[in-house]
Design a protein around this ligand. Structure first.
Ligand code: GLC
Length: 439
């Protein structure tokens, strides 16, 4: 084996996590959940949602706002009351458009401008007339004190807008709606996207009690059968990206040290689309001195942090050997690298696959931890609803997640179904407003 092949193998091995390590992680995850419920939180935030799963009989026309990425979405959804629904109208807008001269999520952005922009999109979609009850999916850690009340604890993902942390989110939105003359649109519910995805899936599937996002961010919510505050079922937003009981390699430590929030959010930094590209980049940098892409301008390109993202890894992972048409095109377009060696393309592909597979396996271990907490003997069926670009688009990701659950749960894995629930966060917001209006 050449020195290059040896170093590549070493790098790939660092992303392998054994079944035993995943079992240990699942146990630690379950223990963290228990501690959080008893009021001595460790790394999991265990945030209450003030919502239980829907009955499927929720009915009526509701507005929804889905806020959590660079695109904001607004929807008008009709719930039919029989587990089915119809999206009557929708609109998607970018919160950042340098060509149009605005950026509502960067460090110079303000809360007033951000919420005025969102209110304008709502005003555009919803014709004045009837009053609208609005569900607001806000995909960040929110400390809730009621179904419609909650403050932003801290921003995650690429958001940095000033004046939002610590504020009542739906008060900011309500004030903006009034400023633009649309006081007829009333925010009635506030929820995380994982909670929305759980509601959307559970509207037609009584077995759904876990929902996760495996996209730019990573997080999971579950239905706690006996919430200590009420003794009743309540959906809890784990903010599982904050979980710290994960086995890390030296590239994880390097990424963490250089990140905007060193020392926290270990799971997020190993699983989410926001970071997997950076992990792959660091792995490539390790291999440059051993001849990866030798003599090509790619080395220079890879020196720039955040130059790879989840979509690039998905493209590399999906390419077909031995021609590697996709990787070759990517190298030409991004790094002016013509005619790379097949061995270099194979190495990039192997790195992408290793990082993505580990992401799926760690997410699966966290699900195993939740199942251990809610139904250790797996006596009943469970559906895990998953949304997000990695789960939906990265080749092999959903399969790796499913097979890892099998590995961890053995024959009882037959009780557990994982399925894609697309755009659940918007639909879930409509369901949450129905619940709010009813109560
Ligand atoms: C980040 C946010 C979390 C959200 C997730 C998926 O991890 O902190 O609240 O659910 O991204 O959008």
């Amino acid at each position: 084996m050449s020195v290059f092949q040896e170093q590549l193998a070493r790098c790939l091995a660092a992303f392998q996590v054994s079944t035993a390590a995943l079992q240990t992680m699942a146990q630690a995850f379950a223990a963290d959940m228990q501690a959080g419920l008893q009021g001595s939180p460790r790394s999991l935030a265990m945030l209450p949602s003030y919502l239980s799963t829907p009955t499927g009989r929720e009915q009526g026309c509701f507005a929804a706002l889905d806020f959590g990425g660079t695109n904001v979405r607004v929807l008008l959804t009709e719930l039919h009351g029989d587990g089915t629904l119809h999206i009557q109208n929708r609109l998607t807008r970018s919160l950042r458009d340098p060509a149009a001269g605005y950026d509502h999520i960067g460090p110079a952005a303000t809360a007033t401008a951000l919420f005025d922009f969102i209110a304008a999109q709502l005003g555009e979609l919803l014709p004045p007339g009837p009053a609208y009850a609005l569900g607001h999916t806000f995909s960040f850690p929110i400390q809730q004190t009621g179904l419609n009340r909650g403050t932003l604890m801290y921003w995650t993902k690429e958001f940095e807008t000033q004046g939002v942390v610590g504020q009542e989110i739906n008060e900011l939105l309500g004030a903006a709606l009034k400023r633009c003359g649309r006081g007829d649109i009333q925010p009635v519910a506030l929820l995380n996207d994982t909670v929305g995805t759980l509601l959307a899936a559970a509207y037609s599937d009584v077995h759904c009690d876990i929902a996760a996002i495996c996209g730019t961010g990573h997080n999971t919510a579950y239905l706690e059968p006996h919430h200590p505050a009420t003794g009743k079922p309540m959906i809890i937003n784990l903010e599982s990206g904050c979980f710290n009981g994960v086995p890390r390699n030296d590239l994880d430590l390097q990424l963490d040290a250089a990140s905007e929030s060193p020392g926290i959010s270990h799971l997020e930094k190993m699983v989410s689309g926001r970071y997997v590209g950076e992990l792959a980049r660091l792995a490539c940098l390790r291999l440059l001195p051993y001849g990866l892409l030798a003599g090509s301008p790619a080395a220079m390109y890879l020196n720039g942090s955040d130059c790879l993202d989840g979509a690039t890894l998905a493209l590399w992972a999906a390419d077909a050997a031995p021609r590697y048409v996709g990787i070759r095109r990517w190298l030409t377009e991004h790094c002016a690298t013509i005619d790379p060696l097949a061995a270099d393309c194979a190495a990039l592909q192997a790195i992408a696959q290793a990082v993505l597979t580990r992401s799926a396996r760690l997410a699966a271990a966290s699900f195993a931890g939740i199942l251990q907490h809610i139904d250790p003997e797996l006596t009943r069926p469970h559906t895990i609803a998953v949304d997000g670009s990695l789960y939906e688009k990265a080749p092999g990701y959903a399969a790796a997640l499913q097979s890892t659950l099998q590995e961890l749960l053995g024959s009882k894995a037959a009780q557990v179904t994982t399925r894609l629930v697309k755009d659940g966060s918007g639909v879930g917001a409509a369901i949450a407003s129905a619940v709010a209006v009813r109560s």
